[in-house]
Design a protein around this ligand. Structure first.
Ligand code: PMP
Length: 449
């Protein structure tokens, strides 16, 4: 099938998914669990995609979908952005990776340090997980302290210390004002849990007490300005100001995980929130769809990575770090991303949130919407949640969410497993209207069931 025919693919509600089913069967024989990425696994089977163009995806059975997930917020220009493809094709001819640095990494670092004036320097790696991991290693090296603090329910990738309290549940989460540290993967070391301090997001007094008790052992406080798993509710400015002041006073490194929230403005989430973080972790949109991660900050916080005078405090290598394809993809993506795009994201995001909220009200559907800028999330509860515990879905609610997401897929709309959606630059109000209609139909079906 050719990319230009993408408009002609099947958009009907009852889709033929036979080839996806077949691939999942084949996958189950040779890939543990059937497919190799937890986030995209779903019951009864994942949808296998064949190609994408603009705002659309086409699966292996030829069904077309509106992509409101964009590889989990990564593809800021949607699929097949021409300048990105051209730059990648050119780089393919020159070489995909070398055992030496390239001009591209210098060019990309210059671009990013120009764009986020608060940064002096950057280092590149291959994923958001790695980026967050290195900010933590740097914070430990800078402070000589072992512990980190994070917000309850905060997702920061697949590194043990940041997975603590990622999926705390009523049975183990303890009191609201003093959340328990809970392990995520089975067998997680007790020492990892003990070295991770869990804060109740936006609860200033309780957080101050918790931080006071461990401040002399704390290397870092790790935050996300718009924590997705905690409801996609923005961090409160007073709470943020408190964290900034407390960490600065006690020599604790304040880390902003911008893996997703870099999407919040032309100069990132920290600029939108007016935060002077000590270190930032990036990924996702930065690579234009190719694997990437980055750490940025003022020079003195980046010092642990400096190898010019011998072994650095934090050795950071990685066979594919700053690989030319990811650098080229990142440069092309950022060069096509203007301040006007972010103004439009704010307007379209607001349009999407208010259209959904109004539709839920008119249809008397007990659902709500949260989010900011180009990101939003649908909750199966009448009042928008304000924190992780309110956003927490019981197994029964998760099952209902899964049904809603499947019904949306059948109507040709792709969203995340937590019903998070995001915009891409080729999107218009027409695409949002189409999505709202599909959400209405899917929700009505769910309520009827
Ligand atoms: N931090 C945040 C806030 C994220 O949303 C993610 C990924 N969804 C990560 C870190 C990890 O990034 P990656 O999947 O690239 O390892």
């Amino acid at each position: 099938m050719s990319l230009t025919d993408i408009d002609s693919y099947n958009c009907s509600n009852r889709r033929n998914l036979s080839r996806s089913i077949e691939l999942f069967g084949r996958g189950q024989r040779v890939i543990t669990g059937g497919n190799a990425r937890l986030a995209v696994f779903q019951r009864p089977h994942p949808i296998y995609f064949a190609k994408g163009r603009g705002v659309h995806l086409v699966d292996v059975d030829g069904n077309r979908y509106l992509d409101f997930l964009n590889n989990f917020t990564t593809l800021i220009h949607g699929h097949g952005c021409r300048p990105l493809l051209d730059r990648l094709h050119d780089q393919l001819e020159l070489g995909v990776s070398f055992s030496g640095p390239t001009e591209l990494e210098v060019e990309f670092a210059e671009l990013l340090c120009d764009r986020v004036p608060y940064f002096d320097q950057i280092r590149f790696m291959n994923s958001g997980t790695e980026a967050v991991m290195y900010t933590i290693k740097a914070a430990r090296a800078l402070t000589g302290r072992p512990k980190i603090a994070k917000l309850e329910g905060g997702f920061h990738g697949s590194y043990d210390p940041v997975e603590v309290s990622l999926d705390s549940a009523p049975a183990n989460w303890g009191s609201q004002s003093a959340p328990s540290g809970t392990p995520y993967s089975t067998g997680m070391s007790e020492s990892v849990v003990a070295d991770t301090v869990v804060l109740p997001c936006n609860e200033l007094r309780a957080s101050r007490e918790i931080l006071e008790a461990s401040k002399d052992r704390l290397a870092a406080v790790l935050i996300d300005l718009l924590p997705q798993r905690a409801g996609l509710v923005p961090i409160d400015p007073c709470y943020l100001a408190f964290l900034r002041e407390f960490t600065a006073r006690h020599g604790i490194v304040l880390i902003s995980d911008e893996v997703m929230s870099f999407r919040l403005s032309y100069r990132g989430g920290i600029t939108r929130f007016g935060l002077e973080a000590d270190l930032c972790a990036f990924a996702k949109i930065l690579g234009g769809g190719l694997p990437i991660g980055a750490v940025g900050g003022p020079s003195r916080f980046m010092l642990p990575f400096d190898s010019t005078n011998g072994k650095p405090l934090v050795p950071q290598a990685g066979t594919f770090s700053a690989n030319p394809m990811s650098m080229a993809g990142g440069i092309a993506t950022m060069q096509c991303l203007s301040e006007q795009h972010f103004q439009r994201f704010d307007e379209l995001g607001e349009y999407a949130r208010s259209s959904l909220t109004e539709m839920f009200r008119q249809q008397r559907l007990p659902y709500s919407v949260t989010g900011m800028g180009s990101m939003f999330r649908i909750h199966l509860r009448p009042e928008a949640p304000e924190n992780y515990r309110e956003a927490y879905a019981t197994p029964e609610q998760q099952k209902r969410m899964g049904m809603l997401i499947w019904a949306l897929q059948e109507r040709g709309v792709i969203v995340s497993p937590t019903c998070q959606l995001c915009l891409s630059t080729p999107m218009s109000t027409d695409h949002i209207d189409e999505m709202v209609t599909s959400v209405r139909e899917a929700a009505q079906m769910l309520e009827a069931a």
